[in-house]
Structure formats: C-alpha cells, structure tokens
Design a protein around this ligand. Structure first.
Ligand code: TTP
Ligand code: MG
Length: 353
C-alpha cells in the first residue's frame, strides 16, 4: 500500500514588497514595487497588492509598470534583507521537520508526514508555522496542505494572501476534476493554448485521454500530465536540493554595437561573478558559459567544460557567441556550472539566489 504523505507548501505573500512595507509602514497603502529603475531598462521583482490592482506584476519592465500606474513607487532591491528574513522563515520550518525543500527565498515544500506536533495535524502545523513566521518576521505567509507537492502548491495559491487551503486525500479526485489545465506547473501559455485547441480545459478533460495521446500532443511532458491530471505526484521533498549553476548578467543601457564593445564589458562582469563565487565559497566548477541576448531578444548560450574559472575562456565564448549573429547586443551574462561541493543545508541556504 502506498504511504499517505502530508505535504505543506508555504509561500510568502508579495515577499520583497512585504519586507519593504514592514520596514516603512507609510508605504502600506501606496502602490509599490521592488526592482530596477525604469531609466535603466529595469524589471520588477514583485509588487504589493495595491499595485497589482493596476496590473503591475513580477518580471514586468519597470518602464511599462510606470505607464500602468504612474504613481508607482519602485524601491531598489535589498537582497541581504530578504535573505535574512528567508533564513528566519526556514528556521521555523526546520522546527517541524528536517524535510524542507526550499524553492526560492520565499517558498518551500515541507514533508510533515512524520511530524508529531499539533497531534500530527498538518493543517494545524501550517497554521502554527504561519503564526510563528508572523511573530518572528511580521510577514504573512500562505500555505497549501495536500498529499503531494503538486496539489500543495496549487492549494497555497487558493487563499492567498495570508490564508491556507487543505486538500485532504478523500477530496483529491473532486478537486482535481475542476482544476484548469493552466494551473498545472509546467503548463505555460503555449501548452495551455495547445490543450485548449483540443478542447482540453480541465484535468477532467485530460483524464479522458490516454497516455499515448497526451505524449503525442505534449512530448515527454505528456506522461507527467497523465499522472498530474489524476492528482498523482510521487516526487519526494528533497532537502538537499542544490543549485546547479550561478550566473551574473547585465542589460546594457544602450545596445553594444561590436565585438570589441562586448569584450570591453567582460572585466566588470567577470569581477562580479568572482565576487559571487567567493561569497558562496564555491570552488568546484565544471562548466563556464556565456549568454548573449541580441537587440531582437534572440538569445544564445555558449559553454565549455573547465575545471577552473578562466577569464580567457570567457573571452573565447563571447567571440563565438557574438559571431553567431554579429548584430547589436542587449544583454550579456557569464555563468558557471557547479560541481558537487555543496550538500550541507546551511551551505544550500546561503546559495539560494
Ligand atoms: P513569488 O512568490 O512568485 O511572488 P511574491 O511572493 O512577491 O507574491 P505572491 O504573494 O504572489 O507570492 O516570488 C517571491 C519573491 O521572488 C518576490 O517577492 C520577488 C522574487 N521574484 C523575482 O525577483 N522575480 C520574479 O520574476 C518573481 C516571480 C519573483
Ligand atoms: Mg510568494
């Protein structure tokens, strides 16, 4: 018999913005966002709920956001502060279970199947966790409680902000039937449109299709869809998840017009990458890569296998990448693929973002 698991997905409410509002309560009723400034082709990391009413959201260009909401206040990113809050939140999680899988600074899966607190009620554990987070950080969190990761994540969005939603095992089959395909993690706009073209709108519609049909339609992802639309997801909560790469990138104020101009930018980006690697005490790398985004938003990535970081290799990679198109460049990034140097949870924490 399959063991019934209890998974909680916790996601902080408008995390970066909530921290800024906590630290300056005068901002609470104003539309605010956190991100880069509009004059420098910045993008938003997030916005508060007042700003969201205007359609202002994550990953939107700051310039466009200002058009939607002219009195929007865009605050600079203060990563150290967000990391600090994130560390406190994780301490709360770890007081309930060791099985904590952080997905980002503000989000984690917890497997509380074996946790004894709150008479082993996952619902009450989630309530306590949210209350403790509020007490320690003055920030609100939302949670989803379900028998697996997929459902827990969907559920954490249901009563957001500052709420939680439970999908008990006996409700899974009813819950899943009505779920729109767009809510499935991994189904973006393109896949959703494709499914809808075939009149597949909900998980119930997907359930009527064979695995072969879904695979034909969506490739490898089809097999996963076959399980997911039945509310089935066996992925374990993996506390040792580590990041596989680290990179830095810059979008230029004006497009770079030549290979020489691209190479001129290398030292600055390289120094930034070295700084980040040092900060996280990373020594083992196995790959270097360069990402170039051209003026028309077409991107290319060039990589090479290395055992030590090399400035000269980056130079070569830029040459190769640039010459693939030889047109103006909007963005350049440098990165490294990481070896297996990190397995301690603490190291992992310092490593997120
Ligand atoms: P999210 O949990 O996606 O968003 P959120 O916490 O701001 O809002 P919600 O209440 O809807 O959960 O992301 C967490 C943080 O990660 C967010 O505060 C800022 C950062 N982030 C980015 O920097 N860029 C992005 O594109 C996204 C989506 C998030
Ligand atoms: Mg969040």
């Amino acid at each position: 018999m399959e063991i019934q698991r209890k998974i909680i997905h916790v996601d902080m409410d408008c995390f970066y913005a909530a921290i800024e509002m906590r630290d300056n309560p005068a901002l609470v009723n104003q539309p605010i966002a956190v991100g880069g400034s509009p004059g420098k082709r910045g993008v938003l990391c997030t916005s508060n709920y007042v700003a969201r009413k205007y359609g202002v959201k994550s990953a939107m260009s700051s310039a466009y956001a200002m058009r939607l909401c002219p009195h929007l206040l865009i605050l600079p990113v203060n990563m150290d502060k967000y990391r600090q809050a994130s560390a406190l939140i994780r301490e709360v999680f770890l007081s309930y279970t060791d099985l904590v899988e952080p997905l980002s600074l503000d989000e984690a899966y917890l497997d509380v199947s074996q946790s004894q607190q709150c008479q082993s009620s996952a619902t009450r554990i989630a309530e306590e966790i949210r209350a403790k987070i509020f007490k320690q950080c003055q920030l609100t969190a939302s949670a989803g409680i379900a028998p697996n990761k997929f459902l827990a994540k969907v559920a954490s969005d249901y009563n957001k902000p500052n709420g939680q939603y439970v999908i008990p095992p006996e409700s899974v089959s009813d819950f899943i039937k009505k779920l729109p395909v767009g809510k499935i993690f991994g189904v973006g706009k393109v896949t959703a449109a494709k499914l809808e073209k075939h009149e597949l709108y909900t998980c119930l519609d997907l359930q009527a299709k064979s695995k072969a049909y879904l695979t034909e339609l969506c490739g490898k992802f089809g097999a996963r869809l076959y399980d997911i639309c039945r509310g089935k997801d066996d992925r374990a909560v993996e506390p040792t998840r580590v990041r596989k790469s680290l990179s830095v990138e810059t979008t230029f104020f004006t497009d770079l017009q030549s290979l020489d101009q691209c190479l001129e930018q290398l030292p600055q980006l390289y120094d930034e990458l070295v700084r980040r690697l040092k900060k996280h005490s990373i020594e083992h790398i196995h790959k270097q890569f360069v990402k170039i985004k051209f003026h028309d938003f077409v991107s290319t990535t060039v990589e090479t296998v290395v055992s030590r970081l090399s400035f000269g290799e980056f130079k070569q990679l830029i040459v190769t990448g640039y010459q693939r198109r030889s047109v103006p460049v909007r963005l350049m990034g440098l990165g490294v693929g990481l070896g297996h140097c990190l397995d301690e949870f603490q190291q992992q924490l310092s490593f997120l973002l």
